[in-house]
Design a binder for this molecule. Structure first.
Ligand SMILES: [Ca+2]
Length: 108
């Protein structure tokens, strides 16, 4: 689980829990989790953890479990949050997020 250690670096051990529904903001999350400063290589590893079935894309279902990759016991995203997140990242409109789209989303 070396990749998860990357996600749980001290700087992101206590990102906000996003306890209230529909409060999730990916831009704020990426900043709080210190992902914005990571290299493309590191972000590719993060992508690999989120892409649980290793399909090469983060699909809607994987996106809804996004927070759980970062924090044990975190909630799943609501449908609204998941769809907004997907809409922000899915620049080519194929309904899923590829690694390049993910990196662009984090860096934007
Ligand atoms: Ca996938």
């Amino acid at each position: 689980m070396a990749c998860l250690e990357l996600l749980r670096a001290p700087s992101c051990s206590s990102p906000t829990t996003w306890a209230s529904l529909d409060s999730f903001c990916c831009k704020t999350f990426f900043a709080k989790a210190s992902l914005t400063g990571k290299s493309k290589e590191e972000l590719s590893k993060v992508f690999g953890v989120i892409d649980q079935d290793k399909s090469g894309f983060i699909e809607e279902e994987e996106l809804s479990k996004f927070l759980q990759n970062f924090k044990d016991g975190a909630r799943v995203l609501t449908d609204k949050e998941t769809k907004e997140f997907l809409a922000k990242g899915d620049t080519d409109g194929d309904g899923k997020i590829g690694v390049d789209e993910f990196i662009a989303l984090v860096k934007c």
